[in-house]
Design a binder for this molecule. Sequence first.
Ligand code: SF4
Ligand code: SF4
Ligand code: SF4
Length: 275
Amino acid sequence: MKWTAEAEGAIKKIPFFVRKRVRSRVEKEAEGEGKPLITLAEVKATQARFLSRMETDIKGYQIETCFGASGCPNRAHAGDGLMQKLEALLAEENLLEFLKKEVKGPLKYHHEFRITLADCPNACSQPQIKDIGIIGACVPKITQNPCSQCEACANACREQAICLDAGLPVIQLERCLSCGKCIEVCPTGTLEAGTRGYRVLLGGKLGRHPRLARELPGIFSEEAVLSIVKNCLSFYRLHSKGGERFAEIFTDKVFEETAATCRLIEGIGDGCKKG
Ligand code: SF4
Ligand code: SF4
Ligand code: SF4
């Protein structure tokens, strides 16, 4: 749908955490009224309606994904199935009731628990600043197929994580972000997809005291991600008081304990390559 420059300017002034919702609502409402063009008047009308309905719109959580599913060529691991399961899990948890009991005064969007999924390390859906951020991963594996020494893998790697040594590829796993790009360009099958799954980041937030989420060691299966999310939600329910965000209660000590558990539990971080 087309937007006037004035309308685009107005939407940019809306706080980023509600901008996407307001934008899609403006378009939906304009479409419903048969308007082909979004002007400043449409933005203002929808914005007023949106803010007055904020409390009734709050569901206790926000979950989003990058636009990988719409055909992005960078997807390292498609998380469509996981998204549906996460949505179901969050709905089942009924965080809205929990927040209603905990928060004094009206509920706001910033109270909601946030999970986001990005299908590759480009992280377009900003997993680093969410309570739980999930990133699709594809770990390269070196096979017995002879390498032609074309160096396509080294040239494709933006992390300088792969090089040739004595005619063979060598991967520095501590630099590798599991984007899978080297696998795509290898013409001989010397590199192939090893473990596919998800990286998991916990405890990110913006606001007055922002912090970046920290990454658990390992690449996790769908099942393991769901188990981690479930445990995080139990922890949140147990320790969050008065609407505290997960990042505020998920201290460094708790993170280290969680990371240690991930290293210990066999299978949970299948293909664990870090930490
Ligand atoms: S995070 Fe990666 S897969 Fe998702 S939209 Fe961005 S570039 Fe594409
Ligand atoms: S998976 Fe990505 S980051 Fe890792 S070595 Fe290959 S291209 Fe580099
Ligand atoms: S892209 Fe494949 S064939 Fe070419 S140097 Fe890398 S591992 Fe060898």
